[in-house]
Design a protein. Sequence first.
Length: 134
Amino acid sequence: MVLERTLLMIKPDGVEAKITGEVISRVERKGLKIVAIKKFLFTRELAEKFYAVHKNKPFFNELIEYITSGEVVALLVEGESAIKVVRNLVGPTDSTIAPPGTIRGDFGTSIQRNVVHASDSPESSQYEIKLIFG
Ligand code: CMP
């Protein structure tokens, strides 16, 4: 049994589409625990830190514009193998190929506007949780 914590964040397009409750519901129905919830607007500085790993990608500026364009809702999620379980609930990055039944497959509209972010490793979850929840 590996009890893990991960960060799941509803992005501006997801908040706008009012799927926050739906995302929380899917997490809870999967048996995971919501430890904390925070709704906030990213500053450019915090967004650049959060996505530092993508700094050299061609879509970095576009990504920062998008993530700072409206409020987000960050969920601190805990449970058995939570990082992998949440990634599976979320689906692949590109919403256009994410299967139905996944959050991105059901609600995302593109590779960028993919409604949620989820930590992809123990290292990134630790980094992201510390940055957002302190
Ligand atoms: P996320 O899981 O938050 O991690 C990085 C984000 O960058 C990703 O979701 C997308 O929103 C965005 N992204 C990834 N690849 C691309 C791409 N090729 N073009 C535009 N945005 C992208």
